[in-house]
Design a protein around this ligand. Structure first.
Ligand code: GSH
Length: 202
């Protein structure tokens, strides 16, 4: 399998962490891509018309996207479903946490894009992105105990928080959120997280 990959994408990191936790990281060939919402990358477009990474190319040449689909594929096909409980409250809790983690990532990407808009940069839009980020972090602090099982959900949240640390070190989100910070520090010691650290290379 080939993963269209970047060392800077939180969505890519999420599926890489899932691959490590599922024991299939060695089966992935990584192909580095430089993508941007404002341009098209032909190698990505040929496989995923949305131009987004991660995109996973299976052995038969077909492509899977987006990251929740790839994460579920790697989890349920290769880890016996352990990272996504099959049913019941645990199933929906894992997916809900994944949505929160993915949403945090989207907000961070939006903040980066806004900062790059030069004169068109909008303080109002930036404030809205910040407010949604803060509200999501506050919710995760209240629900930190639910992050204990290693699932697609807790992995997504861990990667979103790591991406905040990577891109917005001045945010100091851990300062007022001791439970979330303690959980994240502990999660960061997992081999899957240490093997997939963000790198700002192009
Ligand atoms: N919902 C998608 C989001 C993926 C995403 O936005 N990836 C970014 C890189 S971090 C990307 O490929 N951007 C290029 C583009 O939007 O054209 C997922 O979960 O995979």
């Amino acid at each position: 399998m080939t993963l269209l990959w970047s060392s800077r994408s939180p969505f890519v990191r999420k599926v890489m962490v899932v691959a490590h936790e599922a024991g299939v990281a060695q089966a992935l060939r990584l192909e580095r891509m430089v993508v941007s919402g404002a341009t098209m990358t032909p190698e990505v477009m040929a496989l995923n018309p949305l131009n987004k990474i991660p995109t996973l190319v299976l052995v038969d040449g077909s492509a899977l996207f987006d990251s929740p689909v790839i994460a579920e594929y790697l989890s349920t096909t290769h880890a016996g479903g352990a990272l996504l409980p099959a049913e019941g409250e645990a199933h929906w809790q894992a997916l809900r946490l994944q949505a929160l983690g993915d949403g945090l990532m989207e907000l961070s990407i939006a903040r980066i894009a806004e900062a790059g808009r030069g004169e068109a940069r909008s303080a109002e839009r930036e404030a809205a992105f910040q407010a949604k980020t803060v509200a999501t972090l506050d919710l995760l602090e209240r629900e930190a105990a639910s992050l204990a099982p290693v699932t697609l959900g807790s992995i997504a949240v861990a990667c979103a928080l790591a991406h905040l640390d990577f891109r917005f070190p001045g945010d100091d989100w851990p300062g007022a959120r001791p439970s979330l910070a303690a959980w994240h520090a502990d999660f960061g010691t997992r081999t899957s997280m240490r093997e997939t650290a963000f790198q700002d290379i192009y």
